[in-house]
Design a protein around this ligand. Structure first.
Ligand code: ADP
Ligand code: DP6
Length: 328
């Protein structure tokens, strides 16, 4: 009972920031993303009656007990759904920096959900797969699909109406996302912990909730109309709102470093010079810059002059999950 799957990361254009149910990973707001071609995870899962415990090897290293617990909890859900109580060995490789704001948790849990359900023999469609992936990491629900994806928050307490759906595919609209690396060090406040602290303590959180659904409608319309300027403006404004909530938390925290702000300011300068570029930032110091294909080189040339920039990864809209042949 083996299967291997590949899933790409996604970058949130409208952010998921806060849960209404931590056990089921139900979000307080809907979110929207684009799946990225460059960063991905490949995960093999093997269930066997010969195994006496779960094993998780990430990037050729045995996971620590805390990571192992997350994986076992996730596998338990899949075992419950299938009615089979088998242990698994998981071998996963991230072709993306882990826990550094490059969304390894999204590609990681999407690949694991796809491989584990297939290996255990569960017949699930993409909508169900997004619901399963969600329960490993919320943003993973969106990585099941390629292109532009919306994760609907749903209303029900059991999460049955909370899943991701594709808006348009990766072939439908070519934009570029330059992932500007200023550090690959693991972040201090993980997204999970950061959003929880913000929901519980930040007086700015109610403002976030008021604004985010409106931002999502604007972004969805912009994608359907392929209106890059409209999309860019709302994406940048939405990221700033999310990060503003962390400053009001107790204790307060911020994901930006001085290098982050330097990149943000450079993007503003690019716009002042007539080049349409917009930034977004997840729960880490690295910056993603959106631009149109015709401006990609100009944006790269300008940003690479900054001494704080270590590397620029060029991404395009990427595909959803795929299953790979099993290695013998
Ligand atoms: P990131 O910005 O990389 O998504 P997070 O803090 O949100 O950072 O998530 C990092 C966590 O995601 C890791 O601590 C681990 O629990 C999980 N993760 C990362 N890669 C994988 C993988 N390949 N398979 C399963 N889980 C993974
Ligand atoms: C800022 O999906 O990593 O990247 O559900 O607790 O695993 P958990 O959180 P996670 O949070 C992502 C937060 C974000 C915004 C986003 O991707 O929408």
């Amino acid at each position: 009972m083996k299967a291997t799957a590949k899933a790409h990361t996604n970058i949130a254009l409208i952010k998921y920031w806060g849960k209404r149910d931590e056990q089921l990973f139900l979000p307080t707001n809907s979110s929207l993303s684009v799946t990225l071609d460059k960063f991905y995870t490949e995960t093999s899962v093997h269930f066997s009656p010969d195994f006496h415990a779960d094993r998780f090897i990430l990037n050729d290293q045995q996971a620590d007990p805390k990571e192992m617990e997350k994986i076992t909890t996730f596998l338990d859900r899949i075992r419950n759904l299938s009615g089979k109580s088998l242990y698994a060995t998981i071998d996963s490789k991230n072709y993306v920096p882990t826990a550094a704001g490059f969304a390894s948790s999204a590609s990681g849990f999407a690949a694991l959900a796809a491989a584990a359900t297939k290996a255990i023999g569960l017949d699930v469609d993409y909508r169900q797969l997004s619901q399963i992936a969600r329960q490993g990491s919320g943003s993973a629900s969106r990585s099941i699909y390629g292109g532009y994806v919306e994760w609907q928050k749903g209303e029900k307490a059991d999460g049955s109406d909370c899943y991701a759906l594709p808006i348009i595919s990766e072939q439908d609209w070519d934009i570029r996302v330059l992932s500007v690396e200023v550090t690959t060090k693991a972040k201090k406040v993980l997204s999970r912990e950061g959003m929880k602290r913000t929901v519980e303590t930040s007086p700015f959180y109610s403002g976030w909730l008021e604004a985010v659904e409106k931002d999502l409608i604007t972004a969805r319309d912009a994608i359907k109309e392929k209106d890059f300027e409209k999309l860019g403006h709302v994406v940048e404004a939405n990221a700033l709102k999310m990060h503003a909530t962390t400053l009001g938390a107790n204790p307060p925290f911020m994901y930006w470093q001085s290098a982050t702000v330097e990149v943000m300011q450079e993007v503003e300068e690019l716009r002042a010079a007539g080049i349409e570029a917009y930034f977004t930032i997840d729960a880490g110091p690295n910056v993603k810059v959106l631009c149109q294909p015709k401006d990609e080189h100009a944006v790269r040339d300008k940003l690479s002059l900054l001494t704080v920039v270590r590397e620029i990864h060029h991404c395009r809209p990427g595909p959803g999950i795929t299953y790979l042949p099993i290695e013998k």
